[in-house]
Design a protein around this ligand. Structure first.
Ligand SMILES: [Zn+2]
Ligand SMILES: [Zn+2]
Length: 283
């Protein structure tokens, strides 16, 4: 947490415009870290014969909805995040007021919703029904279960082969990547799962969304004086992924770096490209 705090201070100095959102990020991450130490997560059992078959056929080990959750901890975290969100900005405060009203009046069963929180569609339906901002509501739900999801991923980490998988989706849960990371002296490329946060290696020239490997149709650009971050564009599917060069900023939190470079996303969108897994902190 200390490294994270220092990095946030550095980023705030460099890009004062991001101050408010970075403070919010820090508070949420602190609360998530706090509950991590006491989580009660059921063990995930994988059948041996299945495991081999799944890997051979290119299927992920489990589905998003199969992750065991510590519901009690998730409910508590949800309320804490609402508290933090209320002070973050007026839009969030307004949304949280509406959400809490529905929860307090038992119009929404929070426990049930968190349990099914792995499916975005379900959350979006509730948001529509109660006229909540979908993104804000999804953000609160997903961040409340995130510590449980990551604990589940840690249980399965040794079951997947991060170096040999090489596909555009997560070997553990099958989700698309949210970010790409360059590491090590030779700059090996890894993808970061948008759901469970597992990291696995892929080829350097590769679009994870359509499997394109042609040099000619895979381009990238960096922000001015920002070689640490780049946007990888695919001219075939017109999707993009942000890449963070961890050879330059070691030990960084990729989600934090992503959040502090939303201006690069705006440039990519202007050029006509879309991000399949947008940064959940942007609104
Ligand atoms: Zn995953
Ligand atoms: Zn593509």
């Amino acid at each position: 947490m200390e490294t994270l705090k220092n990095r946030i201070e550095q980023l705030k100095e460099k890009r004062p415009g991001y101050g408010e959102i970075l403070d919010f990020y820090q508070k949420v991450r602190e609360e998530q870290e706090k509950i991590k130490t006491n989580l009660k997560i059921e063990p995930i059992h994988l059948k041996k014969e299945w495991k081999e078959l799944l890997a051979k056929e290119g299927f992920s080990l489990i589905q998003k909805e199969e992750f065991p959750l510590d519901i009690k901890a998730s409910v508590a975290l949800f309320h804490t995040l609402c508290q933090i969100g209320k002070e973050a900005n007026p839009h969030m405060a307004e949304q949280i007021k509406k959400i809490r009203e529905a929860v307090d009046n038992r119009k929404i069963d929070l426990k049930e919703l968190l349990e099914g929180g792995e499916t975005e569609e379900g959350i979006e339906l509730v948001a529509e029904e109660f006229k909540f901002d979908k993104k804000a509501f999804l953000f609160l739900i997903q961040n409340s279960i995130q510590p449980s999801i990551e604990a589940g991923m840690e249980q399965l980490r040794s079951e997947a082969d991060s170096e040999a998988w090489l596909k555009g989706y997560c070997p553990i849960c099958g989700s698309p990547p949210s970010l790409s990371i360059l590491k090590g002296e030779v700059g090996k490329r890894y993808l970061l799962c948008s759901f469970c946060r597992y990291e696995w290696r892929v080829e350097r020239v590769f679009c994870p969304f359509c499997n394109n490997k042609e040099h000619g149709s895979l381009q990238y650009f960096c922000g001015e004086g920002e070689e640490t971050y780049r946007i990888d564009l695919c001219e075939k599917c017109h999707l993009y992924i942000k890449t963070i060069d961890q050879r330059i900023i070691e030990e960084s939190d990729p989600h934090l770096e992503d959040l502090a470079t939303l201006h690069l996303d705006l440039l990519a969108i202007k050029k006509g490209y879309k991000r399949p897994t947008p940064n959940p902190w942007s609104n």
